[in-house]
Design a protein around this ligand. Structure first.
Ligand SMILES: *Cc1c(COP(=O)(O)O)cnc(C)c1O
Length: 353
């Protein structure tokens, strides 16, 4: 069997959720959209059943899959519905819906779906992506109430730059949101992971932590005590020696400056390891750091074993996890941990805890 595996530590997931809930206060929806950022939504939801106040996914299809898997906890759909027919499904499955644009509001007003749906009313406080304009907040809130078809209304907004401690936009967003909603009753929800970790001013009734649950810290240099949940791992399958001047792999990107022992590893971009990772990207072989050399292929990659004489076929290779911070890999590859985690596929998943 090919040794490529994503090891998922569910104790670490529970640890990170508890940390988020404690840091924020109040209640916290565990964000498990996009298959729990690549970790497996059903497994992660089940692991958090006893502690999570509820869950959030992006789309109806994800919510339906969780309900079908027997997850009965509160479940928020962050993008809300795309068509009116989904309202009856949401009502029947007791989902909570974000309402963030006029068309969604009109669907609720004009559709007879039976029952009442708890709504999270999203206000655009500066990200300019989704949400009603601040000066519309009261009007929209009243229109929702008047339908008689919504349950409790939670007021929410989302931050564009909360992972940047130095910029003032998060404070501005909080202020704008507070002004726009000052006269409206109901719980509030402002903070994603970065809000939880870096912005006490944004702590309200509900937090919505995502990436931090998986142990990737969105704040630069924050010693937050998060534990990585996924360790992406494989093994050396073959070793070769190349002389000075020899090039490795597609494009001959890496050229040996010394006689080099090259380890061939069963992991490639089709598994989710980024093709954009440069030479020198760290990997750990049996716990000892070395580096990627040569371009990442679809199914394989190559690493430098010159200084690791004991390493050979079968040696365990960690691509990210306990020894190699995923943020380090993301930075080198010009992306973010979110994207790397969401991209993991084809490998075996091994759950612990
Ligand atoms: C994805 C998402 C979150 C979680 O964001 P993280 O940065 O992963 O913590 C929170 N709120 C909304 C609206 C989201 O779309």
């Amino acid at each position: 069997m090919r040794p490529a595996v994503a090891r998922i530590d569910l104790d670490a997931l529970r640890h990170n959720y508890a940390l988020a809930r404690h840091r924020h206060g109040g209640r916290a929806l565990a964000v498990i959209k996009a298959n729990a950022y690549g970790h497996g939504a059903i497994r992660c939801a089940n692991a958090l059943l006893d502690e999570a106040d509820g869950f959030a996914v992006a789309i109806m299809e994800e919510a339906i899959a969780l309900r079908e898997a027997g997850i009965t906890r509160p479940l928020l759909v962050l993008e809300g519905v795309f068509e009116a027919a989904e309202l009856a499904v949401a009502s029947q499955l007791e989902l909570w819906l974000v309402v963030h644009h006029e068309e969604q509001l009109r669907m609720i007003e004009t559709t007879d779906f039976g029952g009442t749906i708890p709504v999270w009313l999203k206000i655009n406080s500066g990200m300019n992506r989704a949400g009603f304009e601040p000066d519309q907040a009261s009007r929209v809130w009243e229109r929702l109430q008047r339908t008689g078809k919504v349950g409790e209304i939670v007021l929410m907004t989302h931050f564009a730059r909360a992972d940047e401690p130095q910029v003032i936009t998060t404070d501005e967003q909080v202020r704008l949101f507070d002004q726009a909603t000052a006269r409206l009753p109901g719980p509030r929800s402002l903070s994603n992971s970065a809000g939880v970790l870096g912005w006490p001013v944004a702590h309200r009734d509900w937090a919505r932590p995502g990436i931090l649950l998986y142990g990737a810290d969105p704040m630069p240099g924050d010693p937050s005590g998060l534990q990585p949940v996924m360790t992406l791992e494989s093994a050396v399958m073959a070793v070769r020696e190349i002389p000075v001047g020899a090039a490795i792999g597609y494009g001959g990107r890496f050229r040996a400056e010394r006689p080099t022992r090259v380890g061939l590893v069963a992991m490639g971009y089709a598994d989710g390891y980024p093709r954009s990772a440069p030479d020198g990207t760290p990997v750990a072989v049996d716990g000892i750091r070395t580096r990627l050399i040569g371009r990442v292929s679809m199914d394989m990659l190559t690493i430098d074993l010159t200084d690791l004489p004991d390493a050979g076929p079968g040696s365990r290779v960690e691509l990210w996890g306990r020894n190699i911070p995923i943020n380090r890999i993301a930075e080198g590859a010009g992306t973010i941990a979110y994207e790397l985690l969401c991209n993991v596929k084809r490998v075996r998943f091994d759950y612990r805890g």
